[in-house]
Ligand binder design. Structure first.
Ligand code: A2P
Length: 285
């Protein structure tokens, strides 16, 4: 598959296509200053990113929309150049809440459509506008759901997802890897007992050979096997760095060596919700 900075969309079975790298936009709302998300999306568009992964619950979707609209107004991009993925939060799983939630996302973005709208997590919470509903004992209030759907999957060299990837390839499904760099390691929702991915000795030594960082190696590893990556960064140097993955390729042996790093380590464990009846990570994917 030929991939370049200006031509890196991969086909989907419905005739559409998806850029193989996107900018993740989740950032702890309390730790992120106003305007930072918009500035990062604008930098990313200038760098060449055309895919943005966002969500209403991230509380910055308006900034993503503002940045995209500004770049459209400048004539830098047209709407059809951009691929935006929005997400249905867990408190809106009731079927009659899905459409209004999508319509609210469109209002917040001030765009006419999104390219993809996915279920953020397959676990429903009590319906309503409180995104993290809790009872008087400070326990999360869950909601019954029969949801048996697919949604985006964590994927990186410590969690290579061989079985799932094989299944997806057989069925013409494109896999989107969230947390492709191994997350921000926030202990509230991340399993930090596993070592940081980007400190890995092999990834760093492969990077040295190509004058690339471990982050660039892990992103290249996934796109080279056809997996879409959505690394999050609100730092302009790292936004650029993460996009500079089209000017080198890993040898077959390096791909194999990196695959062998797999530890089946899931960083995004969401253990605070592990008693939810639909908690997905008790099962293998
Ligand atoms: P920052 O936004 O300050 O760049 P993931 O996409 O796997 O969830 O990882 C996101 C985390 O990795 C964020 O904390 C982000 O911080 C950081 N990050 C993004 N790009 C790089 C990079 N090239 N090198 C090191 N850390 C990075």
């Amino acid at each position: 598959m030929y991939l370049s900075a200006t031509d890196h969309r991969i086909p989907l079975s419905d005739g559409n296509s998806i850029p193989i790298i996107g900018l993740g936009t989740f950032s702890e709302p309390k730790l992120t200053s106003k305007g930072m998300c918009a500035a990062s999306v604008k930098t990313a568009i200038d760098v060449g990113y055309r895919h943005f992964d966002g969500a209403y619950v991230y509380q910055n979707e308006h900034e993503v929309g503002e940045a995209i609209r500004e770049k459209m107004a400048e004539g830098k991009v047209q709407r059809e150049d951009i691929f935006y993925c929005g997400k249905l939060w867990t408190t809106y799983h009731e079927p009659e809440m899905v459409r209004p939630s999508l319509e609210r996302t469109l209002r917040v973005l001030q765009l006419d459509y999104v390219d993809l709208y996915i279920i953020e997590l397959p676990m429903a919470f009590k319906p309503g506008d409180d995104p993290y509903p809790k009872d008087e004992n400070n326990k999360y209030i869950y909601h019954n759901t029969n949801l048996c759907d697919t949604w985006e999957v964590e994927c990186h060299p410590y969690f290579t997802q061989e079985k799932l990837l094989k299944f997806c390839r057989q069925h013409d499904i494109v896999l989107v890897a969230y947390s492709p760099l191994g997350t921000s390691r926030n202990p509230f929702w991340v399993n930090v007992s596993s070592p940081p991915l980007l400190k890995d000795a092999l990834l760093n030594s492969v990077g040295k050979k190509y004058n690339k960082t471990a982050a660039q190696v892990v992103l290249r590893f996934n796109i080279q096997r056809g997996v879409v990556v959505i690394p999050k960064s609100f730092n302009s140097a790292r936004i650029k760095e993460n996009f500079q993955i089209f000017d080198f390729s890993l040898t077959e042996e390096e791909m194999k060596d990196i695959e062998a790093l797999n530890k089946n380590v899931r960083f995004v464990e969401l253990l605070m919700w592990c008693d939810h009846p639909e908690y997905p990570f008790h099962e293998e994917y």
